[in-house]
Design a protein around this ligand. Structure first.
Ligand code: LLP
Length: 417
């Protein structure tokens, strides 16, 4: 399936689907997150159409948890991968089916486990023996059975940024594959636990599939060993991780090709597949729109100070991430090198560095591939209200989260009484 391209220039003006981005800035102000409904649906469909009916695509809510995003995916029949009780409530509020929810994360609280059991989620991705014991206690108190999958740490190098690499022994995630058998034997003997699967998630923004397939093979060896012990697992959950193209030349794996390989290996063993993609579904479907407040030229550097900042889009500051910056209305002229920086009092407050652009004050800039890990990682640092979010559908733009107000920010606080 060819991906839908949501943001294109037409008549020298960037459009989000059919809506001129200038118009979005006028109507909703900046900084602003803009999402394309069609792009979301088309990326999800690429996954869904490559798997069988018993398989599940569980969108990783953490990548972008706006209710309109979740509703769009729920309407397509998506499942969801959650990591907190908060994300569970979002999925339910957006009409997601709890029977298609998997619950990941190293530190689930008993109250979160209880709620998830009450609404009947599909499976808990358990990350330690202690967590299994805690889950068994909660399930026993509700006299219900918790379906579980063990998150195995296959000790493979995902070859991505260290902060988002999770499959190495040195990482806090999962259980070493050598200890997995003991885990399943204990799980089998627990009255309120039913082992149904095995899972892993070795990292994010992967640009090659070899580490994923290496991890898959080690899970399949484990599944085979468990079979000889009489433990029949039903599914293998490969987590998320497929990258997107932030930079030109960065070639992420082809979704359909990757799934075809995984699917074949699992089908040969009679296993179902679960995937938890986040970034590869939403990154391309979103952009972050910001306006140039002023230009500050210097001997060594030129700075374009914009109204968006690291509190709005943290990836460049936190990971040194590179995201494409595109002028909404490109102007003719000789380009200069610019650092695109926010108004926050930190040198780390930049959205981009050394970009060749022709800029003037008041220009609108779009930071691309900002649909994933953008708004969700935003904060109120420097007492900055968080940006608004808009979803475009054809020629219509819907406000899906209004801009925060300063009075809201102050409302939760009080002075000594
Ligand atoms: N499943 C689990 C258990 C995860 O921990 C993650 C992401 C996913 C699925 C989704 O992975 P994806 O398909 O999006 O790669 N804030 C970072 C990314 C953190 C990813 C955390 N886990 C960034 O902005 O690059």
């Amino acid at each position: 399936m060819t991906p839908f391209i949501p943001f294109l220039h037409d008549n020298n003006c960037l459009h989000a689907e059919q809506v001129p981005v200038e118009q979005l800035a006028e109507t909703f102000g900046t900084p602003l997150y803009v999402y394309s409904r069609q792009a979301l649906i088309s990326q999800y469909q690429r996954y869904q159409s490559a798997v069988s009916e018993q398989d599940m695509i569980c969108y990783a809510v953490k990548a972008n948890s706006n209710l309109a995003v979740l509703r769009t995916l729920a309407d397509q029949g998506a499942g969801f991968d959650i990591v907190s009780g908060g994300e569970l409530e979002r999925v339910l509020a957006a009409g997601g089916d709890p029977a298609r929810v998997v619950f990941s994360g190293v530190g689930k609280q008993p109250a979160e486990m209880q709620r998830a059991l009450e609404v009947g989620i599909h499976c808990f991705n358990v990350e330690s023996l202690r967590e299994l014991e805690q889950l068994q206690a909660v399930a026993a108190s509700l006299e219900t059975v918790a379906r579980v999958s063990l998150r195995v740490n296959p000790d493979v190098d995902a070859r991505t940024h260290p902060y988002i690499s999770t499959g190495l022994k040195a990482n806090k995630f999962g259980v070493p594959v050598e200890d997995a058998e003991t885990f399943y034997l204990q799980a089998r003997d627990m009255a309120f636990i039913e082992p149904v699967g095995v899972d892993c998630h070795i990292g994010s923004q992967l640009t090659e599939t070899e580490p994923l397939l290496e991890a898959l093979d080690s899970l399949l060896v484990l599944v085979g060993r468990l079979r000889t012990q009489g433990i029949e697992l039903v599914h293998v959950d490969m987590g998320g991780g497929l990258g997107v193209s932030y930079e030109e030349g960065e070639q992420p794996p082809d979704i359909e090709q990757y799934i075809a390989i995984v699917h074949d290996r699992l089908a040969a063993q009679g296993l179902h597949l679960i995937l938890e993609p986040g970034r590869s579904i939403v990154a391309d479907a979103g952009m972050f729109l910001t306006r140039v407040s002023l230009l500050k030229t210097g001997e060594e550097k030129n700075f374009a100070v914009v109204d968006g900042a690291m509190n709005d889009l943290l990836r460049p500051a936190l990971y040194g991430a590179w995201q494409r910056v595109v002028p909404v209305t490109p102007r003719p002229g000789k380009p200069a090198l610019w650092d695109i920086v926010g108004p926050i009092c930190e040198t780390g407050d930049f959205l981009a560095k050394d970009r060749e652009l022709v800029l003037a004050e008041g220009d609108l800039l779009a930071v691309m591939q900002a649909g994933a890990y953008g708004f969700v990682m935003s904060s109120n640092y420097n007492t900055r209200p968080r940006a608004a979010e808009v979803m475009v559908d054809g020629d219509k733009a819907h406000l899906v989260r209004r801009r925060e107000t300063l009075s809201e920010l102050l409302a939760a606080e009080q002075e000594l009484s």
